[in-house]
Design a protein around this ligand. Structure first.
Ligand code: 9UX
Length: 70
């Protein structure tokens, strides 16, 4: 499963790294690409192991806000 998210709250490249790290840690996440410039994120994951809600929670825990695009 591949999903796009809007991410708000990132202001520098360390923020981008924080979001990447938080989502990468989740069990079932296969690939994460966070864009600081476009305030977005693409996540490839195993839907048997994680979910949009878990991904958004992880981003929130890191101090940012993610919402599924669309
Ligand atoms: Mo950059 Mo982001 O100095 O939480 S790490 S603002």
């Amino acid at each position: 499963m591949k999903k796009q998210f809007d991410v708000t709250g990132m202001t520098c490249s360390a923020c981008q790294a924080n979001v990447t790290k938080a989502v990468s840690k989740l069990d079932g996440v296969e690939n994460v690409d966070v864009s600081l410039l476009s305030n977005s994120m693409r996540v490839e994951y195993d839907e048997a192991k994680t979910s949009v809600a878990s991904i958004c929670d992880a981003v929130e825990h890191a101090g940012y806000v993610a919402r599924e695009k669309g």
